[in-house]
Design a protein around this ligand. Structure first.
Ligand SMILES: Nc1ncnc2c1ncn2[C@@H]1O[C@H](COP(=O)(O)OP(=O)(O)OP(=O)(O)O)[C@@H](O)[C@H]1O
Ligand SMILES: [Mg+2]
Length: 505
């Protein structure tokens, strides 16, 4: 039998006192799509970082075609035909899409000049090849998270001659976009490329994977076939069966908290691709969890950021009221004064101070609320931090380490915990469980329900349809910045999707 394309044997990796990998064996065959699953902090990204040349292993060997390799940097891994889509995307926000796609491999004209038109043409061709039209001339900084993910995917695809490692590539993609990505992956696999696919969306596994490896606590917990029952996957993942993922809906929505009537957000300067809210009418009541559905570019994130004053500059027209009183939501300060908190879909770009300790990150929002001068007794701070760790199961249980050293999902838990500690009346959430494992998701949903029962209103955008349907009391569908449909209580995925795409169900 021929050697597998890739094999890892006995991989060990420590970060100070934390042992991220405790002896992992893993292999990948040519033409195979191999799903890698595991709880937040299980060691998935660390293993991938060894294969991408980001870190060197403390122990263990990596072989390609049966020959030992050692990558001392990402370029060496790339040269060996390994392309990686990192969990925290490695795009340069200040450059446009085309420049990002060709970074380090720029197309040149004779005489050593950059051939910008050729790069834009080629970039457009590659983007269109996966049927996701993004203007190659746009700055990455102006793209939504979903669009950035597409750019990172297209970039990696062009490097992936032998292996493609995808660390949660679908975390901000909607159903239709995921379908297209899967088609591209299948084609690539058919041409012999081996693909490692990391995801927390278990429902994707039977659809795309040929084989599944589950990691737990720095080890391989099991290898199974992709059509194993989901309950079996969950048991391997979390080490125990899980209860119902979604808590019961409440039946007791209170007074109107946020009311928009024919509300539009007028941009100070026109910006193509930023879908401003347009003639939008929507309510969120106290105690209610309202979901926002829509395809990429429907304006879900734009609505949330315009409400919080962090979108592009502009102003609201039409009626915008909080608790029955008209408000001018034109700055973060105004939004906070109205009792609004916001968890953005970009945990790195906003919201977290990566070099600072987890504990400090957590108490920042409380300090801002109770004491503008930044005073809060150490005991109250410690209480707040303990409360967050308990409610959101942040791991490792150590408030003194830097947030940047946490796994992706654990960083996300910190962002959520931090905003909730600030005790808002209205919580705006954009992709709240992006990168969070199935066990921790359930805890987050339960916590949101408890807070809603105490009167909190929640407006949540998610590209994960099961999450919207399972969690929300009501789902509002946006298209081109407008509310075009609304569903109360349980509804099927197909119906919501059809409305989002502007079709009959
Ligand atoms: N640069 C680092 N410094 C210190 N600790 C780290 C670093 N990178 C990862 N770790 C730790 O190693 C462990 C494994 O993290 P890893 O990022 O591999 O998890 P993961 O399986 O990718 O989780 P997630 O699903 O949340 O992304 C975690 O305990 C994490 O805190
Ligand atoms: Mg990870």
């Amino acid at each position: 039998m021929s050697a597998p394309l890739l094999s890892v044997t006995g991989a060990v990796k420590r970060f100070g006192g934390v042992q991220a990998l405790r002896g992992v064996d893993f292999d990948l065959k040519a033409g195979e799509i191999h799903a890698l699953l595991g709880e937040n902090g299980a060691g998935k990204s660390t293993l991938m970082n060894l294969l991408s040349g980001v870190y060197a292993a403390d122990e263990g060997t990596i072989e390609i075609d049966g020959k030992p390799v050692r990558f001392s940097n990402p370029r060496e891994a790339q040269a060996a035909g390994i392309a990686t889509i990192f969990q925290e995307l490695d795009l340069v926000p200040t450059l446009d899409v085309a420049s990002n796609l060709f970074l380090g491999r720029e197309l040149m004209r004779p005489g050593g000049f950059l051939d910008a038109p050729a790069m834009r043409r080629e970039a457009r061709r590659r983007l269109e090849a996966i049927e996701l039209a993004i203007d190659p001339a746009r700055l990455v900084a102006d793209l939504s998270i979903g669009q950035r993910q597409v750019v990172a995917i297209v970039k990696a695809l062009s490097y992936a001659s032998r292996m493609l490692i995808m660390d949660e590539p679908t975390a901000a993609l909607t159903v239709g976009e995921v379908e297209r990505l899967f088609e591209v992956m299948r084609k690539l696999a058919t041409s012999g490329v081996g693909i490692v696919y990391i995801s927390h969306r278990l429902e994707e596994v039977p659809e795309i994977a040929d084989r599944v490896t589950v990691m737990r606590d720095g080890r391989v917990a099991g290898i199974t076939e992709p059509h194993a029952p989901q309950a079996e996957l969950v048991r391997l993942l979390v080490g125990r069966p899980l209860d119902e993922l979604y808590p019961k809906r409440a039946r007791c929505a209170g007074k109107a908290l946020l009311s928009l009537r024919d509300a539009s957000f007028r941009l100070a300067r026109d910006s193509a691709g930023w879908q401003a809210p347009t003639g939008l009418s929507l309510d969120v009541h106290e105690g209610e969890i309202v979901g926002l559905a829509g395809i990429m570019g429907a304006g879900r994130s734009e609505l949330l950021s315009a409400l919080y004053g962090t979108g592009l500059s502009g102003h609201w027209e039409g009626d915008v009221a909080i608790g029955g009183r008209p408000v001018k939501l034109n700055s973060i300060r105004a939004a906070r004064a109205a009792g609004i908190a916001f968890v953005t879909d970009d945990r790195r770009g906003s919201g977290l101070m990566l070099r600072m300790a987890v504990g400090l990150n957590l108490v920042m929002s409380v300090i801002r609320r109770i004491s503008p001068a930044g005073l809060m007794s150490p005991r109250r701070q410690a209480d707040a931090v303990r409360q967050s760790f308990g409610q959101f199961d942040i791991r490792p249980k150590n408030p003194d380490i830097a947030v940047g050293a946490l796994s992706g999902g654990n960083q996300q838990k910190v962002v959520l915990a931090k905003e909730i500690l600030g005790n808002p009346r209205l919580l705006l959430l954009d992709e709240p469980t992006r990168g969070v494992d199935v066990g921790a998701k359930g805890e987050i949903y339960t916590r949101l329900r408890q807070l809603a029962a105490q009167g909190l209103g929640v407006l949540v955008a998610s590209s994960e349809m099961p999450e919207l349907i399972g969690l929300c009391d009501r789902i509002v569908v946006l298209r081109q910045g407008r509310n075009v449909a609304e569903f109360i209580g349980s509804v099927d995925e197909h119906t919501v999707l059809a409305a989002a795409n502007g079709r009959e169900a």
